[in-house]
Ligand binder design. Structure first.
Ligand code: SIN
Length: 287
């Protein structure tokens, strides 16, 4: 995932920044042939986040496309649609003051087999604001000194949803302030351990795998002991020169690779409605 791809995919691919991300035009996700699907997967691996513009998808059509990217999962905490539990409706109503997904993270890193990728369809987009930022975690790894890389390769980190989804954090952030519904479960309090540096199974590249929403400490260390190095990594990993910004349009489908990308929604569209539908593709335990 460096910006400019030399390989030809047959798609109309337009990079978003020098760091990552691309807009893709000229594809109809409801009429995908095998070669176009292969090209989409290759572009996804190349750019980390791709925005396929100008789609018109029902929830069933979104799911049908998502299943072509891998096995679909049901979110362990956020309640999905009644008729399609695999789809989360990310809805910021006009009067909501909070937005789901604000704060840098990698989806579901608090689970033993975190999401490989996320696929989000925009149904209603505010006239201003409501963009999503992405950061390239390969670059975050590659831009560290050799000494820091050697130290990080020996470390594992504990991930948990306990601060993101329990009181007071989630209550303060969300309750009565957004239309997102939660099915509180024991998963909120569980802790899982992942390597701090993971190797992407498709590209073979190394990426940093910690995020401020779900990474709570290093293995065998206290939160206090972990804090200085984690704070450095949280800042470093989302440097502006590692980022791209997705400006949503109605009908845009954004796919991002949680194995090598962090993202954050922006809560800056107060007074406007924003409706996205998200499906996540099941991943493997990070290696
Ligand atoms: C998320 O999936 O974390 C939120 C994405 C967004 O609403 O921009």
């Amino acid at each position: 995932m460096t910006a400019m791809s030399e390989q030809s995919t047959g798609l109309d691919v337009r990079p978003l920044t020098g760091a990552m991300g691309a807009d893709v035009f000229g594809v109809d996700l409801t009429k995908l042939d095998g070669q176009t699907l292969v090209s989409i997967k290759r572009t996804f691996h190349e750019y980390g986040a791709i925005v396929i513009r100008n789609q018109s998808l029902t929830p069933a059509a979104l799911l049908e496309f998502a299943k072509k990217m891998g096995a679909i999962e049901v979110h362990p905490i956020v309640k999905g649609l009644d008729e399609h539990p695999e789809i989360i409706k990310i809805h910021k109503a006009t009067g909501d003051v909070a937005t789901f997904g604000v704060g840098w993270h990698s989806d579901n890193s608090f689970t033993p087999q975190p999401s490989l990728g996320s696929i989000v369809y925009a149904e209603k987009v505010p006239p201003v604001g409501g963009d999503t930022l992405f950061a390239n975690q390969y670059l975050a790894w590659e831009q560290l000194s050799g000494g820091m890389q050697r130290m990080l390769e020996g470390l594992r980190a504990v991930h948990s949803a306990k601060y993101a989804y329990t009181a007071p954090t989630a209550k303060d952030k969300y309750e009565g302030k957004t239309t997102i519904a939660y099915t509180h479960s024991d998963v909120v309090h569980a802790e899982v351990v992942h390597p701090v540096v993971r190797t992407h199974p498709e590209t073979g590249r190394k990426a940093i795998y910690v995020n401020p929403m779900f990474t709570v400490r290093f293995e065998d260390m206290t939160e206090d002991e972990s804090r200085p190095l984690l704070d450095f990594l949280f800042r470093h990993c989302v440097r502006e020169d590692f980022q791209c910004r997705v400006r949503w349009q109605e009908g845009a489908v954004t796919l991002w690779d949680n194995r090598c990308v962090q993202h954050t929604a922006l809560n800056d569209c107060q007074g406007f409605e924003r409706i996205l539908y998200r499906v996540t593709v099941r991943g493997n335990a990070p290696a």
